[in-house]
Design a protein around this ligand. Structure first.
Ligand SMILES: [Zn+2]
Ligand SMILES: [Zn+2]
Length: 460
C-alpha cells in the first residue's frame, strides 16, 4: 500500500520573521510507492482573532446546544457554526459568516489565511481570493511583494495547484536573491520552498540541487539545530527516499527527529511530522513493530492537540491504516482508511493530494479484500483527478493507471469471482503480489490461471 511521508516544519528566520515550511506533496518511492509533500510560508506578523477567554485543549465534545460562536457569542440558529482550525474549548466554534467577515476586514495581515490563535491555515478558496487580491494591489502600488508571493504560492501548493504556484515561488526567489543575497535566511527559505514544490511535482532532478543548497546554507549560517535546518534535513531525506535511497534517508530522518525532540519537545508539530516520517521509513524497511509505536505516538498527540479533523491527524490516521494493512490486518485497517478519507473529503475536498492518496489506498484495500466492484470507482476517481491536476505523465498518475489496469484485468477474467484466493494473495506477501501483478500485466489468461493455481497450492 502506498505510504506517506509528511513534513510539516516551522522555521525561525531572523529575530522578527518566521518562516513556516509545511511540506506536503506526493512522491512515490520506487519500492514502496511512498508519498511525500513539501510547502512553505513566510510569516511576518501574528494576528490574533478577538476571543472570549482562554482556549482550552480539553478535547471535550459539547452538545449542539452548548455551541456558541467565538466572535459574536451567538448560537446555531443565527447561522451555521464551523470549526475552521485546531482551536479547542470555547474557541472551537465560529459562525461561517462571522469568520468570513473577520477574514475580509481584519487589519491583521495573516487573518486572510490562518487562525491567529492556533496558527492553522484555513486552506480554502477564500484564502486564495484574498491573497491574490493583495498581490495585485501590491504590484499596482509598487510595494515589496515577496511575503505575499510566498504566502500565495504556499497556499496554492497546499491545495495541489502546483503549476500556478511555481512561477510565484520562482519570482519570490529571484527577488530574494537580488535584494538579500544567496545566503540570507529568507533566500534560503525561498530556495527550500521552490525545491519542495518541484519535489511535489515529481521533478526530483530539479528539486535535489535546490534542497541541498538550502540545507548547506542553513547548516552554515543557522547551525544544525535551527528549525529551518531541520526542515531541510527532513526534505532531503524525503527526496533521497523518493529516489530509492532508503538507507541514505534513514540517518537524515533520525537526525531530524532526535534534534526536534531535544529542541522542540515531543508534542511540537514538527516533531510529530518527524516521528511520522521515521515511522513510514521503518515500515518501508519492514520493521513494523517500531513503525507502529511511532505511528501511534504521533496520532495520539495529534488527536489531543490538533483534534480529529486536522489534516495532519488525518494523515496519521491514514498511516495507521496503511500500517495495519501491511501487517495483514485488513479488518482493522479499513475503518482507519475510511475515517481518514471521510475527514479529508469534508475538510480538504475531493481533489486534494491527501484525499486522492486516501481514495487510492482504500481502493487497494478493497481490492485486497476481494471487493473489486467497490474498488473500481475509487481507482477510476483517482486516475481522473490526477490526470486533471498533475497531468498524464506524472509518476503518480502513471502508478494510478497501472493499479486500475490491474483491477480491470482481474475483473475481466472469465469467472474471476471464483478466484477466491486472489484477495488472499494480494494481501499475504509482496512476492506473490508481485508475481500476480506481473502475470496480469503481461501474460495470457491461460498462463495467469496456471500461476494462480500454483500460488493457491503453494499457500494453501
Ligand atoms: Zn458569530
Ligand atoms: Zn485556531
Amino acid at each position: 500500500m502506498p505510504l506517506r511521508v509528511f513534513i510539516v516544519p516551522r522555521v525561525g528566520i531572523g529575530p522578527h520573521k518566521l518562516v513556516k515550511v509545511k511540506c506536503s506533496s506526493l512522491l512515490r518511492s520506487k519500492l514502496l510507492q511512498g508519498t511525500v509533500s513539501v510547502t512553505c510560508a513566510f510569516l511576518t506578523s501574528y494576528g490574533t482573532m478577538p476571543t472570549r477567554g482562554t482556549p482550552t485543549r480539553d478535547g471535550k465534545v459539547e452538545a449542539p446546544g452548548e455551541r456558541t460562536c467565538r466572535l459574536c457569542w451567538g448560537e446555531e440558529d443565527e447561522g451555521p457554526l464551523v470549526q475552521p482550525c485546531a482551536c479547542r474549548g470555547s474557541q472551537k466554534w465560529i459562525h461561517k459568516h462571522c469568520l468570513e467577515k473577520w477574514r475580509r476586514t481584519s487589519p491583521k495581515k495573516d487573518a486572510a489565511y490562518r487562525c491567529g490563535q492556533c496558527m492553522n491555515t484555513y486552506g480554502d478558496a477564500l484564502s486564495l481570493e484574498l491573497l491574490r487580491a493583495r498581490l495585485q494591489a501590491e504590484r499596482a502600488d509598487g510595494e515589496y511583494t515577496v511575503f505575499t508571493l510566498n504566502r500565495l504560492a504556499l497556499e496554492l501548493q497546499d491545495q495541489g495547484k502546483y503549476d500556478e504556484a511555481e512561477p510565484l515561488h520562482r519570482e519570490a526567489l529571484e527577488v530574494s536573491r537580488e535584494t538579500l543575497g544567496d545566503r540570507h535566511p529568507n533566500t534560503l527559505g525561498s530556495i527550500s520552498n521552490l525545491g519542495a514544490l518541484l519535489y511535489a511535482k515529481g521533478d526530483l532532478a530539479a528539486a535535489e540541487p535546490l534542497i541541498r543548497e538550502a540545507l548547506e546554507g542553513q547548516r552554515e549560517t543557522l547551525g544544525n539545530r535551527d528549525l529551518s535546518t531541520l526542515v531541510s534535513i527532513n526534505n532531503l531525506g524525503a527526496l533521497l527516499w523518493a529516489k530509492g535511497g532508503l538507507a541514505a534517508a534513514e540517518p537524515l530522518f533520525r537526525e531530524a527527529l532526535e534534534v526536534s525532540r531535544e529542541t522542540l519537545g515531543n508534542r511540537h508539530p514538527h516533531t510529530l511530522t518527524s516521528i511520522n516520517n521515521l515511522g513510514q521509513l521503518l515500515q518501508a524497511k519492514g520493521d513494523l513493530a517500531a513503525a507502529e509505536s511511532l505511528c501511534l505516538e504521533a496520532l495520539e498527540v495529534q488527536r489531543q492537540t490538533l483534534g480529529d479533523r486536522h489534516s495532519s491527524t488525518l494523515v496519521s490516521i491514514h498511516n495507521l491504516g496503511a500500517l495495519l494493512y501491511a501487517k495483514g490486518d485488513l479488518a482493522a485497517a479499513e475503518p482507519q482508511c475510511r475515517e481518514a478519507l471521510e475527514g479529508q473529503r469534508q475538510t480538504l475536498g475531493d481533489r486534494h493530494p491527501d484525499t486522492l492518496d486516501s481514495i487510492g489506498n482504500l481502493g487497494l484495500l478493497l481490492m485486497a479484500k476481494g471487493d473489486f466492484a467497490a474498488a473500481e470507482p475509487l481507482l477510476c476517481e483517482v486516475v481522473e483527478a490526477l490526470r486533471a491536476t498533475l497531468g498524464s505523465g506524472h509518476p503518480n498518475t502513471l502508478a494510478s493507471i497501472a493499479k486500475l489496469r490491474r483491477l480491470i484485468i482481474i475483473r475481466r477474467l472469465p469467472g474471476s469471482s471464483t478466484y477466491a484466493f486472489l484477495p488472499y494473495i494480494a494481501s499475504c506477501s509482496r512476492r506473490s503480489l508481485y508475481l500476480v501483478s506481473v502475470t496480469l500485466a503481461s501474460c495470457s489468461v491461460a498462463c495467469f490461471a496456471m500461476i494462480c493455481t500454483y500460488i493457491s497450492w503453494r499457500f494453501s
